[in-house]
Design a protein around this ligand. Sequence first.
Ligand code: SAM
Length: 249
Amino acid sequence: MKLVKPDELVELGSGSSTKTRLLLEAMHGTGGRWYVPIEISETALYQAAKMLSSDYDWLHIDGYVGNYTTDLPLLQRRGRRLLTFLGSSLGNYTNETRAEFLAMLGNALQPGDALLLGIDLVKDEETMVLAYNDSAGISARFNLNVLVMLNRELGADFDVSNFTHSPVWNAENSGVESHIRANKGMTVSLPGLGTSIELGEGEGIFPAISCKFTREGVTRELGDAGLEVTQWYTDSAAMYGVLVAAPKI
Ligand SMILES: C[S@@+](CC[C@H](N)C(=O)[O-])C[C@H]1O[C@@H](n2cnc3c(N)ncnc32)[C@H](O)[C@@H]1O
């Protein structure tokens, strides 16, 4: 924070803003006062802003309910900017879509600004896949909830008990793909889309990818977006990374 001395902290996908507290406190120490969270969930944003404003009376919060994939360029600047994107949400972009997104981040930064990026690093395959297949079944419930949502939003008739959560490592995409596989052949109707789909036994629906990164790879990709990695930190086992990048001059 001392290196950047931001006037504003812009956070993409801020959620509950729990981790952000550390950053906000550090920003306060160097004179910054603005927090600009962009969050798609109005409820999450409102709750977080309410808690933060009661805990930090010096903080000016200008929350934005919207989609960070498209809306970042719409934000007004309030001086030097620290843009944060935590929780390895960058991993939700595929190799095909990530370059465009990173270019948008690069364009949102001016000389003197910085990006603070949290990423999940490539590690052994078993550890990476297990992270999406915990024994308590939380990841499975989370992923299968996609079917519950399709039933609710599109009137579909997925019987969730006929599906299995099946995460796999895709080395080509450097990501864990969370497939949902049909346990038997079936026809599912999707009235909201005016169609139905046939699924064979073992056939999958593939709702999400979580890409993992290497220092070399992410440095190259950020470089292509006009950003230079200036600091790099990991935990002691090098499972996760946090980096600071600045616009190349
Ligand atoms: C994995 S959580 C991370 C929350 C927090 N940044 C952290 O690291 O703990 C991702 C957050 O991003 C939000 N989100 C996901 N996609 C988004 C988008 N396209 N635009 C804005 N917010 C988004 C979600 O609602 C969720 O709160």
